[in-house]
Ligand binder design. Sequence first.
Ligand SMILES: Nc1ncnc2c1ncn2[C@@H]1O[C@H](COP(=O)(O)OP(=O)(O)OP(=O)(O)O)[C@@H](O)[C@H]1O
Ligand SMILES: [Mg+2]
Length: 456
Amino acid sequence: MEKIVSTGIDELDCLLGGGFKRGDIILIIGPPGSGKTILSATIVHNIAVKYGVPCLYVSFTELKHEFYENMARLGLDFEELERRGLIKYVSMPTMGVKELIEDLVDYIITSAEDIDAKVVVLDPLTPITLMGDPLRARVLFHNTFMRLSKLGGRLLILTGDIPLEEKTRLYSVDFIADYIIRLEYSLTRSGVLRRVMKILKSRGKEVLYNKLDFEIFEEHGIHIATWHRPLSAPSLTTGEHVPTGIDGLDKVLAGGLKRGSSTLIYGPPGSGKSWILLSIACKCTLNGEKVSYISMMRREEAILSQLRWIMEDLDKVLEKLRVVYVDHHDLTPARLHRILSGIYREFTPSIIVWEGIQNYVLNIDFNDFYWQLKEYLNINRSVKSVMVSSLTEGLLSERAFRAFLELFDNVFKLSLEKRRDEVFRCILAEKIVGAFLPSKRSAIVTLSREGLRVDW
Ligand SMILES: Nc1ncnc2c1ncn2[C@@H]1O[C@H](COP(=O)(O)OP(=O)(O)OP(=O)(O)O)[C@@H](O)[C@H]1O
Ligand SMILES: [Mg+2]
């Protein structure tokens, strides 16, 4: 096994500069059900598979068959690891008060040495910290953990359900640990569990992002959302600008949407945001761009029927267009990240169109959303993909709304205006990156079967 050990969780490895070091002590803390066992098991599993090295898992709560079954549901095959001699699972769900902490510790060390384990997990540490005389136990733990980790060149993973503040009960394990990872959860406004991983200590290294959303996902295990990394490189066609195909818009945009830019179209309900978004999506596909149209408002069928009205012959458009409905009710940042990652991986769009972005903001804390979107738009800028979004006005607070507009390179406002007996759709250019705003700031938008026109 190399000096730097990959955890096999790509996003975590990236933050850690490749992984943990041999000899590191990792303390994973968090309340019940926060994912301590699953995170430890994932790391052990991945290391055993990748490096073909034996590992020891000591559990003080879960029986072997239970643990193996639970992990199998997450795509981690411990049966197979055991067959290959890569895991020894020791289960000690009950311990009598008469048992000696010295014997227990001896047993763990002997087990690790017997199989020449390269990773040792003690999950959770809490029961053994409650045994014996505190002072003796403290010295013993210190020696044991050092012997298992630093001296033995093993990765030692310890879990604990005790808050960090109660240091005495964890016998200062938090001081000898090289890493402290805290897992937390809360409920979103719509009542969905949102999980967060905080890297609170990383000895000898700076971790750039210390708070990460993650998700535990049936069959796939842990998915960590890292918004500062590209989801994938887009499939680019050439040209610095992507024409929207709507003449008036292309004129004010000095040729079209700049690669790497983000555009927001906002306005009240019914002002025609989706029409513009869909028209741009259609025209861009006909120019050879791959477009993902993500909606947080309407199901695929509703979008496709609107598309059919815009374009009779949809076959050509659909070769390059993917329409995806994302239900925002059970969305968390990690789930959204996973959905987007899937879209990027499978389809590699060069243009992302995102309808009804406000529905997502209604579900999670605006500050979190703001920072994540900022990272995401930045990364889109660097990989030169284009993003076009729509936002319904009036659903965010004024302060949040202003902060939100700041994130985009181009901002257009749609409105419905009554002149005498007629209602007109108007578009107003509020901000355009790298071009002068037109002297006449607003224009009339007309929708007809011949297409969408903007008379600037
Ligand atoms: N197959 C699965 N699919 C999705 N989520 C799952 C699955 N199995 C478990 N979970 C989630 O993981 C949680 C349990 O995670 P885990 O056992 O790692 O927590 P823990 O921090 O070790 O808890 P404890 O302190 O009780 O040991 C469950 O509450 C559930 O929300
Ligand atoms: Mg557990």
